[in-house]
Design a protein around this ligand. Structure first.
Ligand code: SF4
Ligand code: SF4
Length: 512
């Protein structure tokens, strides 16, 4: 067998020439592994994952090899200041995740921070989930919305109730939503989802509006994905839950979601339907985290290999307590230390992919996660149907316990106190910079002239329309300081003018 060299691997996520996905003769790659395959069991090859884990075990104390992986993943700047990263294959990243050498683990975290800073600066994008309906015909054993749960109140929002929820969200300052609904062809058919999206985009309350609606609904047909695209969704999000097929089938004993292949191939159908921003993720705690990690990166490699663009975002939810769900009944829970390492390794492996953490996690965990990779967080979330228009946080329809229960104003202030720049930017989606056009922006070196002023202008909107006095003062000082860091003078002056306009008038929605 030929000695393993990283260059033999398929799967550098963002720039890999498609021809190179053919396994080389004599490579240690499993011969049946084919990232370009359209079949779930082939692009998420169980055998390839097992080989990857064995390979990672073999090299977890291999200092020279781990150092070479870290070196390969380092950001490189060209003479025009454009940053470029090669990313890592699932095998290389799995070696990092398994690494047992403390000093190299430390280096790994530092590298994750460096990459985070190179591509995302100090910006953190904010969003909120909006639960439309908890009717669901599936039997997912880890989710309280499963069909057999009689303890949970079932609720579906009417268009009028959606209006109230959206106004409550706009009054907090949110501009970007993630729609959530269970799978139920009778209660939540695609027509209901489409109508709800239309309602949400149509509401303009005071200076508020929702400018990007991401959608997290069950795997569906190409035709339905096309309809979602036409309705103007941002990202289509679908978590795999677990990539381990056998576990998947046990954890989803009933309902359409039981079909592993249909679920795993959903993103291919979404892309065929014209949605080029897709968000993937697993629910950590269901199966062994190293298996899930390799599967997640192989999924990203597959999308890149077949569609020319990897996932727009990766989410990292962990199993949480809810209604009739007790996380201690699942054997594969991960502690904070492993969780942080997973985040850092994903950041290093797929530098161009946004990473999301929700209010499932506590303030402390979220704080640490931000520095090592997370680029988007939810704020002031209510994970119940109709939760935003209630005075008190309702628990009877909640999907999971919210650990971070702070208001959006508090989250924004907290981010600024930690040295971050909260952003409500939705510009790319609205400018049509999705899929590979978004990636082109990331690689163009223009992020600092684009995302940065957009973050400042949207923060100025938040401060003027929704913030408390303390947050406002802190934010205005931050904006003044951060304006000076926009490299392009023309852009800097335009952003300054727009921000003055926002402070002094009701003019809103400026972006580059
Ligand atoms: S995870 Fe989704 S599909 Fe499964 S029971 Fe919950 S809402 Fe339904
Ligand atoms: S400009 Fe695009 S990439 Fe940058 S923060 Fe806004 S939406 Fe995101």
């Amino acid at each position: 067998m030929k000695a393993f060299m990283p260059s033999n691997l398929n799967g550098t996520l963002t720039h890999f020439p498609k021809e190179e996905f053919e396994p080389e003769e004599g490579s240690i790659m499993s011969t049946i592994y084919n990232p370009k395959s359209s079949k779930a069991e082939e692009f998420i090859s169980h055998e390839e994952i097992l080989e990857t884990l064995a390979f990672a075990d073999e090299h977890k104390n291999d200092r020279a090899y781990i150092e070479s992986i870290l070196e390969k993943a380092r950001p490189v700047y060209d003479e025009r200041g454009r940053v470029h990263c090669d990313g890592l294959s699932h095998r290389e990243a799995s070696v990092l995740l398994a690494c047992e050498l403390p000093d190299l683990n430390e280096k790994m975290f530092k590298l994750a921070e460096e990459i985070k800073l190179a591509f995302y600066g100090n910006r953190i994008v904010l969003f909120a989930p909006l639960y439309l309906s908890n009717y669901c015909v599936n039997g997912c054993v880890y989710c309280p919305y499963h069909a057999k749960n009689k303890d949970i109140a079932r609720r579906k929002l009417s268009q009028e109730e959606i209006r109230k929820e959206v106004i409550a969200l706009q009054d907090m300052g949110h501009k970007r939503l993630a729609l959530e609904a269970g799978e139920d062809p009778v209660h939540n058919p695609i027509e209901y989802i489409l109508e709800s999206i239309k309602t949400i985009y149509s509401i303009h309350h005071k200076n508020g509006d929702i400018r990007r609606v991401n959608v997290n609904i069950a795997a569906t047909t190409v035709e339905n994905y096309r309809k979602l695209k036409e309705a103007g969704i941002g990202t289509y999000i679908l978590f795999q839950e677990t990539y381990h097929k056998e576990s998947y089938e046990q954890l989803h004993p009933t309902g359409p979601k039981h079909d592993y292949r249909y679920h795993t191939e959903a993103m291919d159908r979404a892309m065929e339907g014209g949605i080029d921003d897709v968000g993937i993720g697993v629910l950590f705690g269901l199966d062994k985290y190293r298996y899930e990690f390799a599967g997640l990166l192989m999924h990203a490699e597959h999308l890149e290999a077949v569609h020319g663009v990897g996932p727009h975002t990766i989410s990292v939810p962990r199993l949480k307590r809810a209604s009739d769900i007790d996380p201690s009944q699942f054997d594969n829970g991960i502690d904070d230390e492993i969780f942080e390492k997973i985040i850092a390794c994903i950041r290093i492996a797929v530098p161009y992919t946004g990473m999301i953490i929700s209010t499932r996690e506590s303030e402390a965990v979220r704080g640490r996660a931000l520095s090592i990779g997370i680029s988007q967080i939810s704020g002031a979330s209510r994970t119940s149907v109709g939760g935003y228009s209630e005075e008190e946080r309702p628990h009877d329809t909640e999907q999971f316990d919210v650990s971070d229960q702070r208001s959006l104003d508090e989250v924004v202030k907290w981010l600024m106190d930690l040295g971050y720049l909260p952003s409500f930017c939705t510009a790319c989606y609205r400018e049509g910079r999705t899929g590979d056009r978004f990636m082109a922006l990331c690689k163009s070196g223009q992020i600092q002239n684009c995302c940065h002023p957009n973050a400042l202008m949207t923060l100025a909107e938040f401060l003027t329309d929704y913030a408390s006095e303390g947050t406002k003062k802190c934010g205005e000082d931050l904006i003044e300081k951060e304006l000076l860091t926009i490299p392009n003078e023309k852009r800097r002056n335009i952003a300054k003018d727009h921000i003055s306009n926002i402070y002094e008038s009701n003019k809103r929605d400026f972006y580059f």
